[in-house]
Design a protein around this ligand. Structure first.
Ligand code: CO
Length: 165
């Protein structure tokens, strides 16, 4: 591992924090984006949101079909359909569960230079965008699980945390 970041795992409170809008699209932000890409590749994730490396800022990245999406200050402006599918999350290693997401979404956000962009996605990519935008709103996959499964995963993660400590 060459990344300086450790992925924060549930129940780390930073995963629930409110995130701040990005206003400075400067060299520091570009360096941070490079660091996030590095961390995502090393942890073998499909996406990564800033809270997962301990930063309460509205920044996320998604890598899909050899394309890297930089999602800053996002807003879902349109969504349609619903689809259930298995999801995992780097903040819940080894945990997977069914999550209902829109089939199609349109997202308005900014790229690393601050340019406004509109991203349209469906299927897996739409799911990945929604998952990362959830992170920026303090929402986690367990919040989409059934109450029983959510409790089971919570207990498992708390136990794991205690064993590590
Ligand atoms: Co996640």
């Amino acid at each position: 591992m060459t990344t300086k970041y450790t992925i924060r795992e549930y129940p780390d409170p930073v995963l629930r924090n409110e995130t701040k809008l990005v206003v400075n699209f400067d060299e520091d932000l570009r360096e941070l984006l490079v660091e996030m890409h590095q961390a995502m590749f090393e942890y073998d994730g499909v996406g990564l949101a800033a809270p997962q490396i301990g930063l309460s800022r509205k920044i996320a990245i998604v890598y899909y079909e050899e394309k890297l999406y930089t999602i800053i200050n996002p807003e879902i402006v349109e969504s349609s359909g619903t689809e259930s599918g298995e999801e995992g999350c780097l903040s819940f290693p080894g945990i997977y569960g069914s999550v209902k997401r829109p089939e199609k979404v349109t997202i308005k956000c900014q790229d690393g230079k601050g340019n406004e962009q509109v991203l349209e996605a469906e299927g897996f990519l739409a799911r990945a965008f929604c998952h990362e935008i959830d992170h920026l709103n303090g929402v986690l996959i367990i919040d989409h699980f059934s109450p029983m499964k959510k409790n089971m995963v919570k207990r498992k993660m708390l136990k794991k945390g205690r064993e590590k400590a």
